[in-house]
Design a protein around this ligand. Structure first.
Ligand SMILES: Cc1ncc(COP(=O)(O)O)c(C=O)c1O
Length: 397
């Protein structure tokens, strides 16, 4: 590779992103009330957040956060292994473990950090990590950080996962998958993957960021729907930025596995523990998730309404029955144009483009929430029909 100044490389990359309609400016939200957000002084109805159950602004959750921060401050003062581990974290970890049927929980500051931590502490050179091609970026990055061999099988292809595990020679193996895929909303074939993992002596690791709270009895997520538990899925990750309405993640597993991660994962050891107030708020969210099943029922009915309406309009729908309802439009410019048209009509639905999704599959990632009403969904559908019509290129076949 020839010598180049970093500043020049950055300028070239930015010019390429501009030419490919791939610039990614941030939008500044100055206020939020449920699904209404204020952006650049305009109130828009957001259909792209992940607060599926509407708990992020629930009075119980906010009060728990306020009260705990009044008592304990807004920071945790250090790494969990020094002074950062608080009684609120410990109580939340215990409650999560008990709820989901695992021996132990471990709270992280983010799902991204947790996935780096799990992989880096459990896998090493000579091991293999087999993953669905559409897994979230942090599972992929975790395997890279671990230095193990990363093999990615075509989306949902259980036989390909089996072949990749069978072809390994030495070392340990992990089979890792999203429970619900973040950009497509479809579910991993967990029961079949569990059989493959058992047959191949691989550890099955499920990241249920988008299934927990939303699916299954008491919102116990993708594992409950598939009839699986700690025996079949020895490690489960529950990120807290979606249905829990907060921030962070909890890793669940055996005392031995989770204890090993807690004592050896560099992303855990060398990072400030999450605020105790966040653990307190998440305890309040957990209570609501377990008891208020009407939230899941309302969400399911909004999803069904959206899908019926989209089908009637001839919009391209994915095989998703979760609150993630992507409208795949193909090229970047088309997705961007549709997103801008929606915004002009009062709806915030950001265009998701590569590298978040594969090339040629840019999309509007529509997400539904308990905060929406039926009229919001109907309004979005009418706006979508207009936006897709106005966007330039033809739909993919
Ligand atoms: C499947 C999955 N795992 C992990 C993460 C990362 O979690 P966090 O946002 O808490 O870092 C996400 C975030 O979008 C996700 O979709």
């Amino acid at each position: 590779m020839p010598r180049i100044r970093l500043a020049d490389r950055v300028a070239i990359a930015r010019a390429e992103r501009t030419a490919n309609a791939a610039l990614r400016p941030r939008r500044e939200i100055s206020a939020r009330e449920g699904c209404r957000v204020v952006v650049d002084g305009r109130t828009l109805t957001s259909f792209c957040g992940n607060d599926y159950l509407g708990l992020g602004q629930h009075l119980d959750v906010v009060s728990a956060f306020q009260e705990a921060s009044a008592w304990h401050g807004v920071g945790s003062t250090g790494s969990a292994l020094v002074t950062g581990h608080h009684a609120e974290h410990a109580a939340f970890e215990r409650e999560m473990a008990q709820w989901l049927g695992y021996e132990r929980g471990l709270m992280f500051s983010s799902g991204y950090q947790a996935n780096l931590a799990v992989m880096q502490s459990l896998l090493t050179e000579g091991d293999v990590c087999v993953q669905d091609k559409l897994n979230h970026a942090c599972l992929i990055d975790g395997a890279r950080l671990a230095g193990c061999e990363l093999k990615r099988y075509p989306h949902l292809d259980v036989e390909a996962a089996l072949r990749q595990l069978m072809s390994r020679r030495d070392g340990a193996a992990m089979l890792a998958t999203d429970g619900v895929f973040s950009m497509d909303g479809d579910r991993a074939p967990l029961a079949d993957l569990a059989l493959v993992a058992r047959a191949q002596d691989a550890l099955l690791y499920v990241d249920d960021a988008h299934g927990i709270g939303v699916l299954g009895p008491e919102g116990r997520g993708s594992l409950a729907v598939a009839g699986l538990g700690a025996r079949e899925v020895p490690l489960l990750l529950v990120p807290l930025g979606k249905a829990f309405g907060g921030q962070g993640a909890v890793l669940l597993g055996s005392e031995a596995l989770v204890g090993h991660v807690a004592e050896t994962a560099r992303p855990y050891l060398f990072s400030t523990a999450p605020a105790p107030a966040m653990a307190a708020a998440m305890r309040a969210s957990l209570k609501l998730i377990r008891t208020e099943s009407w939230r899941r029922a309302k969400l399911a009915s909004l999803v069904a309404r959206f899908r019926r309406g989209a089908a009637a309009l001839g919009l391209p729908l994915q095989e998703s029955f979760t609150p993630i309802q992507p409208v795949v439009l193909g090229d970047n410019a088309r997705a961007l144009a549709a997103s801008r048209s929606l915004e002009a009509q009062g709806y915030l639905v950001s265009a998701i483009r590569p590298p978040t999704v594969p090339e040629g599959q840019a999309r509007l990632r529509v997400t539904l929430s308990v905060d929406h009403g039926e009229a919001d969904v109907d309004g979005l559908l009418a706006a979508l029909a207009e936006a897709v019509k106005a966007a330039p290129a033809p739909l993919p076949a």
